[in-house]
Design a binder for this molecule. Sequence first.
Ligand code: IMP
Length: 356
Amino acid sequence: MKEIREALAFDDVMMVPTYTEVSSRSIPDLSTNIAGISLKIPIISSPMDCVTESGMAILLGRLGGIGIIHRFMSPEDQIANLSCVAVVEEFHNRKIPKVAAIGVGLDELDRFRKLNDAIELDAIAIDIANGHSLFMREMIGRVKEISKDIRVIAGNVATGKGFTYLAESGANAIRVAIGGGSICKTRIQTGFGVPSFQSTCDAYAAKQSNIKYKDVSIITDGGIRYPGDFVKSIAAGADAIMCGKILAATEESPAKIVFDEIAGIYSKVYRGAASAEIQNEKRGGLKQGTCAEGVQTLLPLGGSAFEIIEEFCGGLRSGMTYCNARTLQELRDNAEFVRITSAGMLESHAFGTRKE
Ligand code: IMP
């Protein structure tokens, strides 16, 4: 039988509280750098059609993160979204990153040309299901031929080898994790994927193996449910997280609002980029011989994404006080992970509570 190694998920681990001199949650500094863009907070919203258009990109940018404008629209519409971001940036006279997603192939290269001619992009995200591939390497090369200084966020990859391959291919930031997204069924449909926590640890080990990768950012993408998952991702080696679900029901998301007959409430439609629903709408149905690797769900309407970001950054700041960390690098250096049992995870959630 083949040797089978273990792969840990967020719920398999906790971090050990240590002696600390960080006495206040106002002390930790959450700043980070993604593909050469300086950020105040390590949060990026997903380039999904129900997560990031200009409204989300503007909010995230103003809070110090990045919102990546999705690619499930025409290049002209993407330019219109990026232009809105640019207008707000100019109005407030402060940096709001202008980043959009493209796929691979000649049409997508053409999309990049149009975006690059129209907007002063801070980075471009090349967004495909398995970024550890020759198509991705070639696309990075082509994009950099058109604009030699463009910063590239590429992904997704699930392993240290995937990280190294993309770093060697010229990616400036790499989205890490495959199959962990809340609306993803890649692992169920194909049997492939690695828990997002393990992928992050493996990518970080690859990054640390060679000094030349020190400026290549790691973005843990998919499966972030709680602030604790966020803290574990950064401690495991991520420079930022990417989120879909936690932002999809907020006021700033472009997701469609529908009435949920079963729950009797208005909800937002959150769907995977590889779901049958999006392929029916945008491409006239699933291609013959393929299967959907994403699902659609309804999420009760939420408030502003600002509240979610506040809560998640609050969790990160608080986590940093538990291990004497003033910076994200100190969190990575100081955090000691322990493996826990399912009983340990059970007692970690609030219990004995009842609904009034
Ligand atoms: P979430 O934050 O757990 O909802 O995960 C969002 C992430 O899931 C995205 O940033 C993508 O990397 C990934 N994703 C989006 N749509 C799909 C899909 O249809 N199938 C698989 N993964 C997806």
